[in-house]
Design a protein around this ligand. Structure first.
Ligand code: GDP
Ligand code: IMO
Ligand code: MG
Length: 428
């Protein structure tokens, strides 16, 4: 089975980076297919913590080629910083390739992200402020700047000039800000272009040849189903498509190239930023989970909102991403909770809902229906086989599998590579 998509099922930060890194040991290529440096994927190798924002989570294996796909929006300064950090730590990123069709995040994207958020007042989304939304807006408006243009001085000058003329009108007339300077941005980005040029290529072609040769390819999603632009809790979503089907669009391969979809599920739920979260715990228990799990954003450092596992979310994510099986992570964070709950359904005005609500109003009104399960009150971080887990812990895992309709193929009991229980072969 040569190609697997790894995708988030909740509101992000499920541990996709850890799972992709774990699977990358046997992969030939890892490709990111959407998002940008709003993502923060943490990979722990031999006790060293790597926070990856743009680099695919296969970059820590010397033999693994890595691709930043066409639907990733790339802030070149952030990418270069990541590359520098990695090489300073003795890793080799020579195998990295960036799509020549990927869009470039410009200084006005970051600025407009912040200004748009401020303008929304109480209705702000709580974006990461990295310019992600505005960059995708330009892509859809057909005015964005792609790597292929960034590498051509003449094209870049013309496109930057056109963009800046319009963005400066918005900055000055709508927001009363100072205009941005063409020459400063042009020079800055020419410097980035010179340094990134060796990595830029047609990555769709590369991936298709790899797949034809029977090589193993992992597609790494950022964010998660509930942050998907179409399928998430709109408008409290990101501006791209984390769901598995988008691996095809975002990396330039056909849908029949995807053999398996793994959904990463955190053993409880978290969310950063604003928006509905039916199982949120805004009490001491929520605080206790945050502290036990160090639930603070990898990218922005913001405290993550914490709550019980929500099987309604998981069933919905299974459908919209077409998930075959799950990688259940961070089970060890629940080690010291005597009583656990799983949300099995939503009730609204006395009625049990049988579909995930599209309406924010309805989502704001739903009451989660909970099932109680006993905790296991044992340190499971040293478990290496499924049988090593205490019976109550296995019962929790099995209940999640039954309620979500996804087999727990991987169970993760800590951030390290070896803290991973694998219950079925992955690349078979
Ligand atoms: P991602 O955005 O989905 O890649 O997830 P993040 O990296 O933002 O957050 C997940 C955090 O959980 C990271 O700090 C990981 O190192 C860590 N992690 C992943 N799996 C496990 C696990 O099974 N147990 C524990 N304790 N930590 C984990
Ligand atoms: P990973 O890949 C969690 C959230 C932001 C905000 C919303 C829109 O690490 O799971 P954006 O900057 O994308 O326009 O913000 O999406 N968000 C994430 N939350 N994990 C992420 O990535 C996220 N990327 C964006 O907090 O609510
Ligand atoms: Mg993250």
């Amino acid at each position: 089975m040569p190609s697997i998509v790894v995708t988030g099922t909740q509101w992000g930060d499920e541990g996709k980076g850890k799972i992709v890194d774990f699977l990358a040991e046997r992969a030939d290529v890892v490709a990111r297919y959407q998002g940008g440096n709003n993502a923060g994927h943490t990979v722990v190798v031999k006790g060293e913590v790597h926070k990856l924002h743009l680099l695919p989570s296969g970059i820590l294996y010397p033999g693994c080629r890595c691709v930043i796909g066409n639907d990733v929006v790339v802030d070149p300064a952030v990418l270069l910083q990541e590359l520098e950090t990695l090489t300073a730590r003795g890793f080799d990123a020579a195998g990295l390739r960036i799509s020549n069709r990927a869009h470039v995040i410009m200084p006005y994207h970051r600025l407009l992200d912040q200004l748009e958020e401020e303008g929304k007042g109480d209705a702000k989304l709580g974006t990461t402020g990295r310019g992600i939304g505005p960059c995708y807006q330009d892509k859809v408006a057909r005015t964005g700047i792609r790597f292929v243009s960034l590498l051509d001085d003449e094209d870049f000058a013309a496109e930057l000039r056109r963009n800046l003329d319009f963005k400066n009108l918005i900055l000055t007339r709508v927001y009363g800000r100072a205009p941005l300077d063409f020459a400063a941005i042009y020079d800055e980005y020419r410097g980035y272009a010179a340094r990134l040029r060796p990595y830029v290529t047609d990555t769709s072609r590369l991936l298709n040849r790899e797949l034809e040769a029977g090589h193993k390819v992992l597609f790494e999603g950022a964010q998660a189903a509930m942050l998907d632009l179409d399928h998430g809790t709109y408008p409290y979503v990101t501006s791209s498509h984390p769901i598995a089907a988008h691996a095809g669009v975002g990396a330039g391969v056909g849908p029949r190239r995807i053999d398996k979809v793994i959904g990463v599920v955190k053993a409880y739920t978290t969310r950063v930023g604003a928006g509905p979260f039916p199982t949120e715990l805004t009490n001491a228990l929520g605080d206790a989970i945050r502290e036990a799990g160090h639930e603070y954003g990898t990218t922005t450092g913001r405290p993550r909102r914490c709550g019980w596992l929500d099987a309604c979310v998981l069933r919905y994510a299974r459908d919209v991403s077409g998930i075959d099986c799950m990688a259940l992570t961070r089970l060890d964070i629940l080690d010291r909770l005597p009583d656990l709950k799983i949300c099995t359904g939503y009730r609204c005005q006395g009625q049990l809902l049988d579909e995930f609500p599209a309406s924010l109003k309805v989502l704001g009104q739903v009451e989660p229906v909970y099932e109680d399960l006993p905790g296991w009150m044992t340190d499971i971080s040293t478990a290496r086989r499924y049988e090593d887990l205490p019976p109550a812990c296995r019962a929790y895992v099995e209940r999640i599998a039954a309620l979500s309709g996804m087999r727990a193929a991987i169970v993760s009991v800590g951030p390290a590579r070896d803290q991973t229980i694998i219950r079925e072969p992955m690349f078979d």
